[in-house]
Design a protein. Structure first.
Length: 531
C-alpha cells in the first residue's frame, strides 16, 4: 500500500514552494494547516509569548480570525471543539478556550453562522468556565470585545444560579477576586436573582457583606460561616480545627498563617491536586515536606495516582513546569528557595507520564527527530520552559513506550543528543536547553535514515515547522525514502507552536499533523501508526 496521493519534485529546495505550500514565518515554505487543525493548535498551545518569528500580537490576531472562520464554516463543530478540548484537559491552559467563547459571544452581529456560534458559546460557557477565575477571564474578555447586553447578563447570571448553594459558596470564597474583578462586580452587572433562600444567602454574602455579617446567625451555610471564622482566627489550633472540619483551602486562610507547617499539613489532607503541585516548593521550604516524612510520602502517592490526575485535569505541561521549578530549588519568579526532596522529584517524573494516560506500544520502528534549531529556544506561555525542552520531554514518552525507538536532534545537521529511556525529565530538559543551535532543516530525519539504510516505520518530528534550510522538502524526502527503501513509512509532525504551518502534506494519508503538547497526542500517534 502506498500513501502517496500526488508526486512533488524531490529536489526543490525549501526556499522554493511545492504545489499547495505557502511561505512560513522563517522565509521557507510549508503547508498551510486547515482552519480546524489550526484551531486545535491555538486551543491547546495558546499564543502567549509568541514565537521566535511571530509576535504574540500577530499570532493572537491570526488565531482570532481562525476562530471566526471556523464559526462561519461550522458553528456547532467550532463550539463543540472548544468545549471538548477544555473539558478533557488536553490544553496547556484554559485561557484560549475562554477567549474563543468570548470572541464568538461578542460577534453575534455578524452573519448567521457566527450569530449561531455566539448563542452556542454563551450556552456552553459554564462547561468551559468551571471556576470563578475562568468566569472573570470570560467577563473581562467580553467587556473588552462587546460590552454588556441581555444575552450576556443571562448567561453569566445562569453561571451563578445553576450551582448548588454549597458549590456556589466554594466558588465565591475560593476565587473571591482575580484580574481586577470580584464576584460583587459581576453580580452588579448580571443582576442574578433567585427565590431559593440558600442561594440568596450566598449572593447576599457577596453583594451585601455588611448586611450578611449583621445577620450571620441566620445563615445555614456552614462553609461561609467557617470561612468568616477562619479569617478572624486568633490561634493556629482553632484554625486547624476549622480546616479539618470544613475542608477549607489555602484561599480561605489568612496570609500570615500560610507558611506554618502545621497549617500546611492540615490543608494538605484535602488540597486539590493542582494546588498541591503548585505549592510543592513552599511546603518544602517550610519544612513540611522532607525526606522520609509522612507528608512527602502522601504527596508522592497522590502524584502517582493516575485517576486523580485525570479527575483534576492536570496537564502534562503543568507537571513539567512544576518538575523543572521544583528540581532547581527556587521559583521562576520571587526569592523563595528550598532543597528538593529526591522522592518528590521521582514522583513528578512518574506523574508526567501518567498524565498522558495509558499508551500501549505499537512495536513499530520509530525514528524521532527533535528540532533543536535556534527558533525552538522560544519560551512556551511565558514560562521557563522552551519549545525545544518541551519537544525533548514529549519525545521521551515515545522513547519510554516503544521498544524500537531511536531519538536524534536536528537543526542544520542530524546529531545524537544522548537521550535514553532511563533518563529523568530534568536531565532531558537540561540537555535540550544546552543544545539549541543553527538553522532548521526538517527533512534531515528522512535523509539521515536513507543515507544510513535505517529501516523506519514511522518518523516523528517535533518542530515549530519554521523550516527553510534544506535542499529538499520534508515531504519529498519522505517519498524518496519510501521508494528507495521499499517501506511505506509514515510521518508524524508534532507542532510545538500555534502557527498555521506544517511540514505534513494533508493530501498524503501517511502524514499526520498533531499538536505537540496535546495530552492526547501519544495515544493519537500510536493509533495512527497502527493504521
Amino acid at each position: 500500500m502506498s500513501y502517496v496521493a500526488h508526486v512533488s519534485p524531490r529536489n526543490t529546495p525549501q526556499t522554493e514552494p511545492l504545489f499547495g505550500q505557502v511561505k512560513n514565518s522563517a522565509g521557507g515554505y510549508s503547508y498551510k494547516l486547515d482552519q480546524f487543525a489550526q484551531l486545535d493548535r491555538f486551543l491547546i498551545l495558546g499564543c502567549e509569548g509568541g514565537t521566535y518569528y511571530a509576535s504574540e500580537r500577530k499570532l493572537a490576531i491570526e488565531n482570532a480570525n481562525i476562530v471566526l472562520d471556523c464559526a462561519k464554516a461550522d458553528p456547532k463543530r467550532t463550539v463543540d471543539r472548544i468545549v471538548e478540548i477544555s473539558d478533557s484537559g488536553r490544553a496547556i491552559k484554559n485561557d484560549p478556550a475562554i477567549f474563543a467563547l468570548a470572541l464568538l459571544a461578542s460577534n453575534k452581529r455578524l452573519d448567521g453562522n457566527v450569530k449561531l456560534a455566539g448563542d452556542l458559546a454563551l450556552a456552553a460557557m459554564p462547561k468551559v468556565c468551571r471556576t470563578g477565575t475562568h468566569l472573570f477571564q470570560f467577563v473581562e474578555a467580553c467587556n473588552e470585545l462587546r460590552g454588556w447586553g441581555r444575552s450576556l447578563r443571562t448567561a453569566v447570571s445562569n453561571w451563578y444560579l445553576a450551582k448548588s448553594p454549597d458549590q456556589l459558596a466554594m466558588q465565591v470564597t475560593k476565587y473571591a477576586q482575580r484580574n481586577g474583578w470580584s464576584h460583587r462586580d459581576v453580580l452588579r452587572l448580571c443582576h442574578a436573582n433567585t427565590k431559593n433562600r440558600a442561594t440568596q444567602d450566598v449572593l447576599q454574602y457577596v453583594a451585601q457583606p455588611d448586611k450578611w455579617r449583621a445577620a450571620r446567625r441566620q445563615s445555614k451555610n456552614e462553609l461561609l460561616l467557617a470561612v468568616e471564622e477562619a479569617q478572624n482566627a486568633d490561634s493556629i489550633k482553632g484554625l486547624i480545627k476549622l480546616i479539618r472540619e470544613h475542608s477549607l483551602v489555602r484561599e480561605h486562610i489568612p496570609p500570615q498563617y500560610l507558611s506554618d507547617p502545621a497549617v500546611q499539613e492540615a490543608l494538605l489532607q484535602h488540597m486539590p491536586m493542582t494546588a498541591m503541585i503548585r505549592n510543592l516548593g513552599g511546603m518544602t521550604a517550610s519544612g513540611l515536606l522532607k525526606p522520609l516524612s509522612s507528608a512527602a510520602r502522601g504527596v508522592c502517592e497522590k502524584l502517582r495516582t493516575e485517576s486523580a490526575l485525570k479527575k483534576a485535569r492536570v496537564h502534562p505541561f503543568s507537571v513539567l513546569l512544576a518538575l523543572k521549578t521544583y528540581s532547581q530549588g527556587c521559583g521562576f519568579r520571587g526569592s523563595l528557595s528550598w532543597t528538593p526532596v529526591p522522592q518528590i522529584v521521582d514522583a513528578l517524573n512518574d506523574a508526567f507520564y501518567a498524565s498522558f494516560g495509558m499508551v500501549e506500544p505499537t512495536n513499530k520502528r520509530w525514528l524521532l527527530g527533535i528540532d533543536v534549531s535556534g527558533s525552538m529556544g522560544a519560551k512556551i506561555n511565558n514560562t521557563n520552559v522552551s519549545c525545544c525542552e518541551a519537544a525533548g520531554v514529549m519525545a521521551m514518552v515515545a522513547l519510554r513506550t516503544e521498544p524500537q525507538c531511536y531519538a536524534h536532534g536536528f537543526a542544520g545537521s542530524f546529531v545524537d543528543l544522548g537521550l535514553r529511556a532511563s533518563m529523568d525529565l530534568a536531565a532531558v530538559a537540561r540537555k535540550l536547553y544546552m543544545s539549541n543551535f543553527g538553522s532548521t532543516d526538517c527533512s534531515l530525519p528522512m535523509t539521515y535514515a536513507l543515507q544510513n539504510r535505517l529501516e523506519v516505520d514511522c518518523f516523528s518530528v517535533y518542530t515549530d515547522n519554521e523550516t527553510y534550510a534544506g535542499r529538499q522538502h520534508p515531504s519529498g524526502a519522505l517519498r524518496e525514502y519510501r521508494e528507495k527503501m521499499g517501506i511505506d513509512a509514515k510521518l508524524i509532525v508534532c507542532g510545538m507552536t500555534a502557527t498555521g504551518f506544517s511540514i505534513a502534506d494533508s493530501n498524503d494519508l501517511g502524514m499526520l499533523d498533531c499538536v505537540g503538547f496535546d495530552a492526547n497526542a501519544p495515544a493519537v500517534m500510536a493509533e495512527f501508526v497502527r493504521g
